[in-house]
Design a protein around this ligand. Structure first.
Ligand code: PGA
Length: 252
């Protein structure tokens, strides 16, 4: 099965309207000829509208960085998948390690979020990954197994039509310490095996598993060369149009 590469930029808590629009508009020009890769950018909520306008008619899709489990109501400070879709998003990131770590998001909550986002028509990048302590303590496989089994519990075959898994080892995020291509491949193959066990061989074969954690233009090609690496979720290097475009192009 050949899986179309999925490369997404997670802008995190960065970029006011000016730089956001500038970055998006520059990126639009730089990746205009790219056809074989699905490209997504995930800015902060407040600039989604402006960035959506800047990339209108391009090959770049828009995504949110988080969403809640309800469509509307008395949930101060939250945002719903319907609202993200309303402003032009087709994707949402769920379960980023920063959400798990700083905002206490549990496997059970993330499972609800993933299911509700899919039921609401958004495509989901579902993030998993172990910390350095967990890896050094020999718990990596157990952690990934828990995150996959609980986080994706109850998802249907149709849900998987719009779901990618992002393997992001926490020790590689924002640290400049990228997983080696071999480490990434080992984890991705393990995660694909988990999906096969929990769902089916067909779903495991089709689901895209992105790598995230200190992806840069100069390590993108080697990582993408691994059979189970199907794209990236890029943080720091996605904040500038030229480095994100170089990652997209180097991964081809
Ligand atoms: P990084 O972040 O590329 O800056 O390491 C990746 C992520 O958190 O998605």
């Amino acid at each position: 099965m050949s899986r179309k590469p999925l490369i997404a930029g997670n802008w995190k808590l960065n970029h006011l309207t000016g730089p956001a629009v500038e970055t998006a508009a520059a990126l639009k020009g730089m990746v205009a000829g790219v056809t074989g890769t699905e490209i997504v950018i995930c800015p902060v909520f407040t600039v989604l509208d402006a960035v959506g306008t800047a990339i209108a008619g391009s090959n770049i899709a828009l995504g949110g960085q988080n969403c809640y489990t309800k469509e509307s109501g008395a949930f101060t400070g939250e945002i719903s998948p319907q609202m993200l879709a309303d402003v032009g998003c087709t994707w949402v990131i769920i379960g980023h390690s920063e959400r798990r770590q700083y905002f206490g998001e549990t496997d059970a909550l993330l499972n609800e979020k993933a299911k509700f986002a899919r039921a609401s028509g958004l495509k989901v990048m579902f993030c998993i990954g172990e910390t350095l302590e967990e890896r050094n303590g020999g718990q990596m496989n157990a952690v990934l197994e828990r995150q996959v089994s609980k986080g994706l519990e109850g998802l249907s075959d149709a849900d998987f039509d719009g779901l990618a898994i992002a393997y992001e080892p926490v020790w590689a995020i924002g640290t400049g310490v990228v997983a080696s291509p071999e480490q990434a491949q080992e984890a991705h193959a393990f995660v694909r095996g988990l999906v096969k066990k929990q769902f089916s061989a067909a779903i495991a074969d089709a689901v895209r598993i992105q790598y995230g954690g200190s992806v840069k233009p100069d390590n993108a090609k080697e990582l993408m060369g691994k059979p189970d690496v199907d794209g990236f979720l890029v943080g720091g290097a996605a904040l500038k149009a030229d480095s994100f475009a170089a990652i997209v192009k180097n991964a081809l």
